[in-house]
Design a protein around this ligand. Structure first.
Ligand SMILES: [Ca+2]
Ligand SMILES: [Ca+2]
Length: 212
């Protein structure tokens, strides 16, 4: 089944009917491009990085967040070269940063790739993901940092111990100001930790609910 129903439509359906979304229901819109690769702290963030047009690598974007004991990395890469190698490393920071995982995703005959990596995170702390992309002699590195505290229950808006479509629906209702939100609830809903509760937070929760 093709992913024909847009993300906005999925959100509208969630708002009006509270249905459970499936992977096929979700179409993720393109992120707004930024000319700088600015590291931000927080539970998670999505910041694309625009590579100069004369480079072989045209665009690299990554999101990283930790919800309910699982760290997720999503990336997209486009290049003028059909050979792209993406390497994802995740570290637990501290006095001696500890590598949690490292995985490479080499591709051939494709100028655009997207993928994800998901690993369990059981200990509270600050985690860093390092994305390294190599294509046609170009090399681009992005880093993102996320803090995780199991007690925060980030994204579990209805406090039932699970991340489900109903949590995304509630985030969206707060974002649309249909429900009033206190400071504690704002912290739970602001999944990408940018200080605002909006559709982007609901999208992240919905992705987790749909196990994307
Ligand atoms: Ca929940
Ligand atoms: Ca947010």
């Amino acid at each position: 089944m093709k992913r024909t129903v847009s993300f906005l439509l999925a959100m509208c359906l969630l708002l009006t009917a509270g249905i459970t979304a499936s992977a096929e229901d979700v179409s993720i819109p393109d992120e707004e491009l930024s000319t700088e690769d600015i590291p931000l702290g927080g539970v998670g963030e999505t910041l694309p990085s625009m590579v100069p047009s004369w480079k072989v690598l045209k665009n690299v974007s990554m999101s990283f967040y930790i919800l309910a004991g699982k760290a997720d990395v999503f990336y997209t890469v486009s290049s003028s070269s059909p050979k792209i190698t993406v390497t994802v490393e995740i570290y637990k920071n501290g006095l001696f940063p500890k590598k949690i995982t490292e995985k490479s995703f080499p591709t051939a005959d494709r100028k655009y790739v997207s993928g994800s990596l998901s690993v369990p995170v059981t200990e509270d702390g600050t985690y860093t993901v390092k994305l390294t992309v190599v294509s046609g002699g170009d090399r681009h590195v992005m880093k993102r940092e996320c803090s995780y505290r199991a007690a925060d229950y980030i994204g579990d808006v209805n406090y039932n111990g699970q991340i489900q479509a109903d949590d995304a629906r509630r985030v969206l209702r707060y974002a649309a100001k249909l429900d009033r939100m206190n400071a504690d609830m704002k912290k739970v809903c602001d999944v990408d930790c940018n200080g605002h509760v909006n559709a982007a937070d609901a999208r992240i929760v919905l992705r987790r609910a749909a196990r994307l």
